[in-house]
Design a protein around this ligand. Structure first.
Ligand code: PMV
Length: 346
């Protein structure tokens, strides 16, 4: 089938890892399996417009961010297109306009690469589906995740499902290094689980994730860490299925601190937490001890804190956040989010 021109628009969310992906091999293959909550509110909305052209030697595309030209995205998108071209052989037969916006504040220190690459991948899959209308939804989602991974590893966990596992794991049927799969056994205790993101440091990332993953090559503790991730993934799957929020708290906080320990013990070494990150962590621990409310934290490769808690304690925890934690945020900024479902066609 030939398709002359048209446009699609998709949103794709960010995600927050519970068992962290840190370390990769060639071709965006993860050194260990990971699992994440898909978010709902923090997302990228991307419109892909396309028109058929004479096949050229180069990719032909314009980039807009919030409606204005954005040339600084070009190298990243160019690299993505080069990587996925073998899987989307029609790319050089079209001129594209890629128009992107995020729902979260610009340079909030929230990585937009997962949501951005996921949104781009589903858009290109929509074009492939126009060309091959008999494509199944399963194929669409799996290939979208596969393509998103080539843009940014963790982006493959932002396509479909509330909880997504990515990476070969012996105890997880159908798991793959090549794409994310949905974990569908979530206990009602985790329904609408909340994630309030405290913006401690909104600056540019101190360590790019590419450099970060590289630091695991030859890292003295790498092998043990990869082993532990396999073990923790088995554990958290059972925790999520049983609804064991107490065990969830322990495992998730330990994973976050382990991620940061890996960075502190690599060469070169980095401390990505800020004093306010530690203030927040200590206050969360004190609050949990005093109230027995099962609120916990997790961290990305940066200083911001994700505060995770069940939906039924939302009021109490938000009060606590406003009274005690917001003072440690840059410009008192935080974002209320919760578990979501993945990419949406708009
Ligand atoms: O997808 P990348 O290459 O930006 O790596 C993300 C790494 C962490 O966010 C630190 C952990 C994870 O699993 O998302």
């Amino acid at each position: 089938k030939t398709v002359e021109n048209g446009s699609f628009q998709w949103s794709a969310p960010s995600n927050i890892a519970l068992v962290k992906y840190w370390g990769k091999k060639e071709n965006q293959i993860p050194a260990n399996p990971s699992i994440s909550f898909t978010l709902k509110n923090c997302k990228t909305i991307t419109k892909l417009s396309f028109s058929k052209i004479e096949k050229t030697d180069n990719f032909s595309f314009d980039l807009l961010f919030e409606g204005k030209p954005k040339e600084s995205f070009r190298p990243k998108i160019q690299k993505f297109l080069e990587r996925v071209e073998v899987y989307l052989p029609f790319l050089k037969e079209y001129h594209f306009t890629i128009d992107t916006q995020n729902t979260f504040p610009h340079s909030s220190g929230i990585a937009s690469s997962a949501s951005g690459m996921a949104a781009l991948a589903v858009n290109f899959m929509s074009l492939e589906k126009e060309l091959n209308p008999e494509m199944t939804d399963e194929y669409f989602n799996q290939k979208a995740s596969f393509l998103a991974r080539l843009g940014s590893g963790s982006a493959c966990r932002s396509i479909k499902g509330e909880v997504v596992i990515w990476g070969n794991h012996q105890q997880t049927e159908n798991s793959s290094d090549l794409f994310g799969i949905e974990f569908s056994d979530l206990h009602p205790n985790f329904k609408n689980y909340q994630d309030t993101i405290l913006l401690v440091d909104k600056g540019e990332k101190q360590v790019s994730s590419t450099l970060g993953h590289d630091l695991m090559n030859g890292h003295p503790y790498a092998e043990k860490r990869f082993e532990q991730a396999h073990h923790n993934l088995s554990k958290i799957k059972s925790i999520l299925a049983k609804g064991d929020v107490n065990e969830f708290v322990k495992l998730v906080e330990s994973e976050a601190l382990t991620l940061h320990s890996m960075m502190m013990t690599s060469m070169p070494y980095f401390i990505l937490m800020k004093p306010n990150t530690l203030e927040i962590i200590n206050k969360i621990w004190k609050f949990r001890q005093e109230t027995a409310i099962q609120v916990c934290f997790t961290l990305d490769a940066g200083a911001n804190v994700h505060v995770l808690y069940p939906a039924n304690v939302r009021e109490e925890v938000l009060q606590f956040i406003k009274n005690e934690l917001v003072v440690h945020c840059q410009n008192e900024q935080y974002i209320c989010d919760e578990i979501g479902n993945g990419a949406m066609f708009l």
